[in-house]
Design a protein around this ligand. Structure first.
Ligand SMILES: Cc1cc2nc3c(=O)[nH]c(=O)nc-3n(C[C@H](O)[C@H](O)[C@H](O)COP(=O)(O)O)c2cc1C
Length: 194
């Protein structure tokens, strides 16, 4: 079964990211895929000092090791980003920067959200540049969620009809690329190191 890792986009006490991750995980499962969750609030990494790979194997702090295991086990990554001052939230970027080879060769989808009408697309455009640099080709579609507080209830339930269909198409596209990448990696190995 295709395993899609949802990476949560913020850590504020009053954050909307929890409902976005819940919504996406539910749609991933509804599509017949496995959803796992990587939440910077759970991992609580410090501002970047040492990357995971700088630790001798077996000596990384337990939360960092757990995050590495989640990333390595994923077939695809769905980054669900808020938009802070037209950019990527620092907690999300800090979490991602702790890892490199662990992300390699995993197709990535970018979901984004905001309180405003643009749905976080300016942060998504930054992720379009960052994720490929980390070895993750991003799929063509985006999933922007504008006015997120109205679009999703606290438990992650969609409050607008268009959102479920849009999420399902987006996730199906990501799963297609994940299957293709997994099959090709099994046939010919990884395209570059990692
Ligand atoms: C530091 C900060 C910067 C923000 N900058 C933007 C922005 O550039 N564009 C926007 O549409 N919303 C912006 N907002 C509003 C967010 O879209 C809204 O608070 C959203 O819920 C943030 O995601 P979070 O709740 O998961 O932290 C900003 C919010 C914060 C806290």
């Amino acid at each position: 079964m295709i395993n899609i890792l949802v990476v949560t986009g913020s850590v504020r006490s009053d954050r909307m990211s929890a409902r976005v991750s819940q919504f996406l995980s539910a749609r991933i499962k509804a599509g017949g895929f496995r959803a796992t969750l990587l939440d910077p609030a759970d991992v609580a990494l410090p501002l970047l000092d040492r990357m995971y790979k700088e630790y001798t194997p077996g000596t990384a702090p337990a939360p960092m090791q757990a995050a590495a295991d989640l990333i390595v086990a994923a077939d695809a990554v769905l980054v669900a980003s808020a938009e802070y001052n037209h950019g990527i939230p620092p907690a999300l970027k800090n979490l991602m920067d702790h890892f490199l080879e662990e992300w390699f060769h995993k197709p990535a989808g970018i979901a984004c959200y905001s309180a405003g009408r643009f749905g976080g697309v300016r942060a998504a455009m930054q992720l379009r540049a960052t994720l490929p640099e980390m070895g993750m080709p991003t799929i063509s579609s985006l999933l922007p969620i504008p006015e997120v507080g109205d679009a999703l209830a606290e438990d992650g339930a969609a409050q607008e009809d268009w959102l479920v269909g849009a999420a399902d198409r987006f996730i199906a596209e990501l799963a297609w690329w994940a299957r293709a990448a997994r099959e090709e990696a099994a046939r010919s190995g990884p395209p570059f190191g990692g």
